[in-house]
Every structure is written in structure tokens, then in C-alpha cells.
Design a protein around this ligand. Structure first.
Ligand code: C2E
Ligand code: MG
Ligand code: MG
Ligand code: MG
Length: 278
């Protein structure tokens, strides 16, 4: 009996744990060689200036095509890349590739890149950004670095110093996903920020929730008063676009305006997407 129970327990519990751990270790090993194997690509999602109905630029989003699993979403592998420290090398690749891609485009198109807290803390990020700007010849004013609040919260004084040095290079600092996590209005005053991205949870609850609309209105106004611009993220419907425009957000981004795509496709589609804005 005891033996049967023991085996039963083993069957239900241990193999799952084992499987979970095995999958994780396997993913980690795969991630270690993904860069060298050329399995990463960038997808570009358009960001539009709302008042002018004009393409402002693109956010570069990392995509991993795993040889057996197919596309792995960033929500799964970015945390793993952060835990293992691989994000430093991967993040440098993203930065270089995106700057190369956009430097090759005529005009004033900007590119926004997500920077992990790990890169900010240990990655020699100021040196990396400086090197990439020199190597690609991209005008620093066309590069935006997106960071999240959790990042800033971690080590105020050090992060403040890093952001100041980045800004001296001429790049812009954007606070991503504002309104989630440890949101604090004091961050807006304390850190040298050029723009805030209003998290898509607020945008998507509008216009059905008056309180979300009120928050977007207030954030857009506050940002302007503090000399910053705003991007509304996650616009999926014409109605949401209408509300964020009326709230006075500077820029908009979301599936309704354009999905993340390979560069050439993103460029082609962005021209057509000015349609819903006009
Ligand atoms: P994020 O920086 O907030 O990027 C926006 C995410 O929202 C992207 O997901 C984008 O595809 C998605 N999105 C855009 N418009 C809409 C919409 O209308 N509706 C909905 N539901 N979603 C929309 P993605 O590409 O899966 O990336 C997820 C997160 O992974 C990013 O959030 C960012 O935090 C991180 N990430 C992506 N690429 C990189 C990278 O190169 N480096 C680092 N450190 N993080 C990255
Ligand atoms: Mg972002
Ligand atoms: Mg975001
Ligand atoms: Mg996010």
C-alpha cells in the first residue's frame, strides 16, 4: 500500500517538477546559442504623432525563432535572459541592429529600444550606446531608450547618474508602461525623462471606464506641464484612438495603427496606416 501511494505521489508530483526544470534548463541552453545561431530578429511597430497624423518612428521588439518551438514570445525569454545575464549581450545586439536599420532610412524617423534593468545596472550601457552611435552614424536625437519604473526604483542614485550620462549623448529617455507597478509621480520629477508611455491597461479600459479616461487625460496634461510628451500604448480600436487624441496624448501606438512587422513591411504598412489618423 505504502509503496503504491509512494509511486502514486511520484507519478503526480515529481515528473511535473522534473519536466518544468528540464524545460527551463533546455530553454536556457538554447538561449545561450540563439544569438550566434542568428535566431533573433527585430519586429518594428509604428508610432504616430497624433495631431499631425504622421509617422514618428518605430519601437523595435525582439523576436526569437526557436528551431523546434517556433516563435517564443519576449514575455517568456526576456526574463530568462535577464536571470542569466545573457540580456547584456542580446540587448547590445538589439541596439546595434536597430540603429543600423534606422540609420539606413532617410528622414527623421526615430527608433525606440527597450532597455532591461540588468543592462542599466551591469551592462556598461553608456559605453555601448556611445559605441553603437559612432559605429552606425545614427543621429542620437533619433534614438529613444525605453526603461520601466521598476528599473528606476531599484537604485535611484546610480540610475539617475546613468540616465544623465545617456542624455548627454543626445539620446532620449522614455518611461515605459507608466501606471503599472511602482508608479510614482515623484519619478517624473526626479529622473531626466523626455517622454512617458501610458500603459495599455488604461488605454484599453477606455472609453468604458471613466476613471481610466480621467487618468489618461491627467497624465497627458501633467507630462506637458513637466516638459515631456506622451505616447498612448495599446490602441486597438477607433474609439480608443479618438479618446487618446482628445486627451491630448502626443503619440499613439497599437494594433489598430500597426502591428510589429519586419522593417520593410513595417515601412510599407505605416504609410497606409496614416489612414485611420487622417
Ligand atoms: P513593451 O516595451 O511595453 O512593448 C509593447 C508590447 O505590447 C509588445 O509586445 C507589443 O507587441 C505589444 N502591443 C503593441 N500594441 C498592442 C496592442 O494594441 N494590443 C496589445 N495587446 N499589445 C500590443 P511584445 O513584442 O510581446 O513585447 C513584450 C515586452 O517584452 C515589451 O513590452 C518589452 O518589455 C519586452 N521586450 C521586447 N523586446 C525587447 C528587447 O529588445 N529588450 C528588452 N529588454 N525587452 C524587450
Ligand atoms: Mg517598450
Ligand atoms: Mg510598453
Ligand atoms: Mg511592457
Amino acid at each position: 500500500e505504502a509503496k503504491a501511494q509512494g509511486r502514486g505521489t511520484y507519478r503526480i508530483f515529481a515528473p511535473e517538477m522534473d519536466e518544468h526544470l528540464r524545460a527551463r534548463l533546455e530553454m536556457e541552453a538554447d538561449l545561450r546559442q540563439a544569438l550566434a545561431a542568428g535566431q533573433f530578429e527585430l519586429a518594428y511597430q509604428p508610432i504616430f504623432q497624433l495631431a499631425q497624423a504622421r509617422l514618428s518612428g518605430f519601437e523595435a521588439l525582439l523576436r526569437w525563432t526557436h528551431p523546434r518551438r517556433g516563435t517564443v514570445c519576449p514575455g517568456l525569454f526576456i526574463p530568462l535572459a535577464e536571470e542569466t545575464g545573457l540580456i547584456v549581450e542580446i540587448g547590445a545586439w538589439v541596439l546595434r541592429r536597430a540603429c543600423e536599420d534606422i540609420a539606413g532610412q532617410p528622414g527623421e524617423l526615430k527608433v525606440a529600444i527597450n532597455i532591461s534593468p540588468v543592462q542599466l545596472a551591469f551592462g556598461g550601457i553608456v559605453e555601448t550606446v556611445g559605441e553603437v552611435l559612432r559605429a552606425t552614424g545614427l543621429d542620437p536625437g533619433r534614438l529613444e531608450l525605453e526603461i520601466t519604473e521598476t528599473t528606476l526604483f531599484a537604485d535611484n542614485q546610480r540610475n539617475l547618474d546613468v540616465l544623465r550620462r545617456l542624455r548627454l549623448l543626445g539620446v532620449r529617455i522614455v518611461l515605459d508602461d507608466f501606471g503599472t507597478g511602482y508608479s510614482s509621480l515623484s519619478h517624473l520629477r526626479l529622473f531626466p525623462l523626455d517622454k512617458i508611455k501610458i500603459d495599455r491597461s488604461f488605454v484599453q479600459e477606455m472609453p468604458h471606464r471613466a476613471d481610466s479616461a480621467a487618468i489618461v487625460d491627467a497624465l497627458a496634461a501633467l507630462a506637458l506641464r513637466l516638459g515631456m510628451t506622451t505616447t498612448a500604448e495599446g490602441i486597438e480600436t477607433a474609439e480608443q484612438l479618438d479618446v487618446v487624441r482628445r486627451a491630448g496624448c502626443t503619440e499613439g501606438q497599437g494594433y489598430y495603427l500597426g502591428r510589429p512587422r519586419p522593417l520593410q513591411q513595417a515601412l510599407a504598412e505605416a504609410g497606409a496606416a496614416a489612414g485611420p489618423l487622417a
